[in-house]
Write a protein that binds this ligand. Structure first.
Ligand SMILES: [Cu+2]
Length: 289
């Protein structure tokens, strides 16, 4: 009897161990897959826009270039420090070399080459990221205003909405920006007062909101979800609270949200709380900047 009980307990231990190992393997493999992905992105959040992959590749390339330069520089430093360390009988000060022309040319040309390569890839990426969609499916006007954001959806010609509708945020109420998954959106960005910067980290995109100087970019949201948006330009006292929430939803949910705004009477292209004369005075005084 005692032997039988021992057998059962041993079997149970084996079963428990097997289940624990299987669970551990599953947990670790899941963990390592997401860790591998995170490591590949070198600290960036998972991308959620059609323009993000270009930025991601530039980011990875810049780190690889920095890594290669770092390894070569550290290698040369350690090599020189070890090979030419002071030995017995060496003079107090080693031989001084000045005006070594080939060497000076080399360390002028190498940084120029590095800057040239980085410049080439930056311009190439910028062209792709800023490329305009010939016919964007949606246009949204973004207005930065101390200290929140307003979003006007230009859907007057779209029979599914039939009006321009808007959302206005405030310090007390963080605004929501709704975007349809897989449909191209043009953002026209401006400011009612000082310089702000419209930034959605998950889209790998930000652009300045400058009073009197509209900026514009196009992209297509590629992943459903809720993302943080923020102001990336130190614009004044409550800059850190200039936050908004981005919802990438299905086109049906997008139209539903816009219909709700229309029903609530939030129609028209929102121009800001400040009258133009106030804006000019504020700009002349350089308020908050
Ligand atoms: Cu701001």
């Amino acid at each position: 009897m005692a032997l039988q009980l021992q057998d059962v307990s041993r079997r149970w231990r084996r079963v428990t161990l097997t289940v624990a190992m299987a669970a551990g393997t599953v947990a670790l493999s899941g963990c390592s897959a997401s860790l591998t992905e995170q490591a590949k992105r070198i600290g960036m959040v998972p991308p959620a826009s059609s323009r993000a992959p270009y930025m991601e590749r530039l980011w990875q390339g810049a780190w690889i270039a920095a890594g290669v330069v770092g390894v070569i520089v550290w290698g040369l430093m350690f090599y020189a420090a070890i090979k030419w360390r002071r030995k017995k009988g060496d003079p107090e000060v080693p031989r001084q070399t000045k005006y070594h022309l080939p060497l000076e040319l080399l360390y002028t040309l190498i940084p120029l080459m590095i800057v040239g390569v980085l410049f080439f890839y930056t311009v190439r990426t910028q062209d792709k990221v800023l490329a305009k969609d010939p016919v964007p499916q949606h246009t949204i006007h973004v207005l930065g205003e101390k200290w929140s954001w307003a979003f006007s959806y230009m859907e007057a010609d779209n029979p599914k909405v039939g009006a321009v509708v808007h959302t206005v945020g405030s310090l007390q109420q963080r605004p929501d920006l709704y975007l349809p998954l897989g449909e191209s959106v043009r953002f026209n960005i401006t400011s009612a007062d000082v310089d702000h910067s419209f930034w959605i980290p998950a889209f790998y995109f930000k652009l300045d909101a400058i009073p009197g100087h509209p900026n514009s970019f196009d992209l297509t949201p590629t992943r459903l979800g809720t993302y943080d948006g923020k102001c990336a330009e130190l614009c004044g006292t409550y800059h850190s609270q200039m936050l908004f929430t981005v919802h990438v939803v299905t086109p049906a949910q997008y139209y539903q949200q816009l219909q709700q705004l229309k029903a609530a009477g939030q129609t028209g292209d929102y121009q800001g709380l400040l009258a133009p004369s106030t804006i000019q005075t504020a700009n002349a005084q350089g308020a908050g900047k």
